[in-house]
Write a protein that binds this ligand. Structure first.
Ligand SMILES: *Cc1c(COP(=O)(O)O)cnc(C)c1O
Length: 359
């Protein structure tokens, strides 16, 4: 068996231990005589799986009791509409910080329903930094503030939670469970699972109790958080297998020592790669050092042909999906929780070799 090191931004690498456990439980999960894929979502066997997934996620993220946890469909992109429909109803206004493609898309969707105030943007420098934010910059009458905590495409991240006037809604798709966050500082957190938490098809939503129950009356039933809260994420058939895999990932993180332990490894992996980039005469990072992501590391040679050669040769050597997003070019190494430190070391060795051969 030969497995590649997959640097894809999403869907992305999953821990081998999780895949092996899923393989072992494929035909007969917990003595049920069935695969999780075949179970009725209304069965007690499946209820135990979703309950355990939620309990383990609550444990590893330290989610307080006054927050609900939901497992939804439609990806993070559906949240772009659910957020303004559910939370933008008091003053029908919200503050958005623009730090990349995803925050722009979130803002564009919100504009269909509410008035949007763009508090700050880093578009002037191709989103290579996180704007300085001060409490005075936020509106007095915003219903919420939307931020993208880690910018998957550009490789930036918030290193602290901004001080705001309204509750913060954060898109954590590409960093959930990669570092410790204080859930109490957020009104709502959402994340598509396919970056750091599982397979595509599940969206994790963590929402504080006081945020809900005031949805816009035009909100479709399926886009109303209350619908899913009242039905334990089972108003309709949930993405049962994906939720099960998310649960196995949560157990894996717990077994590794929790999110704090993951963060330590992630910091070590990122530091190694950034240090190499800072000292390389061929490759360089594209993000200001203070805002560098622990999860997505974009880099360039400054020469498109050389970039393409590197992408092709790295693929042949077993480092796949390292091509940068089409809007940035160059390369991007996504080094989520499941990427072992050996994968990052092997990539650096390969980059050193490439540098020598292409002087
Ligand atoms: C990938 C990504 C999205 C889009 O996720 P979908 O699940 O494909 O809708 C949104 N926000 C961020 C930060 C992402 O990384």
């Amino acid at each position: 068996m030969s497995r590649v090191y997959n640097f894809s931004a999403g869907p992305s690498m999953l821990p081998i231990e999780v895949l092996e456990r899923a393989q072992k439980e494929m035909l007969d999960c917990n003595g049920s005589g069935q695969s999780v894929m075949e179970m009725s979502h209304r069965s007690k066997e499946y209820q135990a799986i979703i309950d355990k997934t939620e309990a383990t996620l609550r444990k590893i993220m330290g989610i307080p009791e006054n927050y609900k946890v939901l497992f939804l469909q439609g990806g993070a992109s559906t949240q772009f509409a659910m957020v303004p429909l559910n939370f933008g109803t008091k003053n029908k206004k919200a503050d958005y910080v623009t730090t990349g493609v995803w925050s722009k898309k979130a803002m564009a969707e919100a504009k269909r329903y509410i008035t949007v105030n763009e508090v700050a943007s880093s578009a002037d420098k191709t989103f290579s930094y996180i704007p300085e934010l001060d409490k005075s910059m936020f509106s007095d009458d915003a219903d919420y503030v939307h931020i993208t905590y880690n910018n998957t495409i550009y490789g930036t991240r918030y290193t602290s939670v901004p001080e705001t006037k309204a509750p913060i809604v954060a898109d954590m798709s590409s960093m959930i469970c990669s570092e410790v966050v204080d859930v109490n500082k957020f009104g709502m957190i959402y994340a598509g699972a396919q970056k750091n938490m599982g397979p595509a098809g599940v969206t994790i939503v963590i929402v504080r109790d006081d945020m809900i129950g005031q949805a816009n009356e035009i909100t479709p039933t399926m886009l109303n958080y209350t619908t899913h809260i009242e039905n334990g994420s089972m108003f309709n058939t949930p993405p049962t297998y994906g939720i099960y895999i998310c649960g196995l990932i949560c157990e894996w993180i717990d077994g590794m020592g929790g999110v704090a332990a993951m963060q330590k490894v992630n910091e070590e992996k990122a530091k190694m790669l950034y240090e190499y980039l800072d000292n390389s005469s061929m490759f360089k990072g594209t993000v200001v050092p203070k805002d560098r992501s622990l999860m997505n590391v974009p880099f360039i040679t400054g020469n498109d042909e050389l970039d393409a050669k590197f992408v092709a040769e790295s693929k042949a050597a077993g480092f796949v999906n390292i091509k940068g997003h089409r809007s940035v070019g160059g390369m991007r190494a996504s080094i989520y929780n499941a990427m072992p430190i050996e994968g990052v070391k092997a990539l650096i060795d390969f980059m050193k070799k490439f540098e020598m051969e292409n002087k």
